[in-house]
Design a binder for this molecule. Sequence first.
Ligand SMILES: Cc1cc2nc3c(=O)[nH]c(=O)nc-3n(C[C@H](O)[C@H](O)[C@H](O)COP(=O)(O)OP(=O)(O)OC[C@H]3O[C@@H](n4cnc5c(N)ncnc54)[C@H](O)[C@@H]3O)c2cc1C
Length: 454
Amino acid sequence: MKINAPEISIKQENLSSFDNGVKSTCAIAQPDRYRHWASTPRDSYQISRGAGLSLSAASFETESLSVSHNKFNRILDFDSATGEVEVEAGIRLFSLHNFLVANGYFLPIQPGHGQISIGGCVAADIHGKNQLKDGNFLEQVISLKLFHPSHGILNLSRASNADLFFLTCGGYGLTGHILSVRLQTQVLPSQIVVTRAQRFPDIDSGLQLLNNEATKADFIHSWHDFSQTGKKYGSGMVFMSNFEAIDEHAGSPSKTRSVVPKSLGNRHRMPAANLVVNRFSISALNSAYKRINSTNMKGKRSDIADALFPIHHLQGYYYFLGSHGFHEYQILLSKDVAADYLKQLGAVAAELKIPITLASGKIFGGQQNLIRFSGEGVCFAVNFLRSTQANVLLEWLDSNLVLFGGKPNLIKDSRLPRQIAEACYPEIGEFRMKLRNFDSKRLFRSQMSERLGL
Ligand SMILES: Cc1cc2nc3c(=O)[nH]c(=O)nc-3n(C[C@H](O)[C@H](O)[C@H](O)COP(=O)(O)OP(=O)(O)OC[C@H]3O[C@@H](n4cnc5c(N)ncnc54)[C@H](O)[C@@H]3O)c2cc1C
């Protein structure tokens, strides 16, 4: 479908998924006035774009007009008694965080980098630092305003247009443009978070420890060394953080700190990273990481911003994953099979001589529905560089994920085949049907929605 929008200013830009797997030249609009929505094309494919940081190509497609929400980034309302805040969807997390902490509140469920937008968090129904305790981003959403060219502006909440509300939260931008979001924030217990790291010798004990501690920690994840072989495969550390008890440092109240993270993108990545990233370099780095953290993390105090957005200090990691791109394979598996799948993954990766640059786990709880990455089990992510061998590993990962009854995180994978998504998400057909009932023209399209046939 030709993009037909004579009244709005459109540029052509080269856009790519954060993992560098998909690159396209696309039409993009950068509106900065509400009147834009009145001239939004009614018969052209389109898709909202937040910060453009998804690993999947979820906010662009060659035939679609990407509509950036960057300029819609204001705080519209704040109730200091209840902690309810209403924001435009393009606001970046760090900016909202700075405002909230200055007022004694925070959002517990946020992804690891402050440059991500609120619209992107709603649309991907992201998870935070302890999904078991807090749930997905949806838990924080009270209501939202959605614009669709065929329906105008709609108010959605659990009480009003509930079906469309749940289709939009975790609907990957396919129901329309989210204009604003009303969120329930929480009282910030303390500006300081205390983190302890506990070592474990192998994958089984690591997942066990993670599971045992997840109900007690405010933020928790495991880190594993997949460069080890034999009994030490998957050894690592569980990082557990809790808010500091408020009276612990009475007399020296901590000041609130504003954070302004560096911009994050995928343009500056190391050329020929595969010459540097190999099993030996990863093994050496992992050993150093273990050593440093074992001594540093015996009750390390850090600012809440560092705990919520740990990647601000680690974003150089993505540079070393190379200009050729990388894969993030994030999955949810039931607790009784997770260790088995991960051990087999290690054996296949070792045979193919693929270094796993990152391996990390979280514990999830609750019900899964539609195409949200949620439900009970172990959430586990691995990273590795793109290569021909990596494609063989991915085939193994996909087919075994289906056999093991797991789920892939759709927003983290720019190449996941449609049949794997269909095999893993039984409600994908219901999602499609509801989407078509609302939007018979299926106007909102991204590379991800086309690939997955949504
Ligand atoms: C460094 C890093 C760390 C991350 N950590 C986590 C994590 O801890 N947990 C987690 O779950 N995810 C995590 N993610 C994934 C990330 O949270 C999601 O991909 C998120 O959707 C990115 O938001 P964005 O603002 O970049 O949106 P984009 O990538 O631009 O878009 C993402 C999706 O949101 C839709 N969208 C964006 N704005 C709107 C709007 N206003 N209206 C309607 N739809 C909209 C788009 O159409 C698209 O489908 C991480 C990603 C990175 C790069």
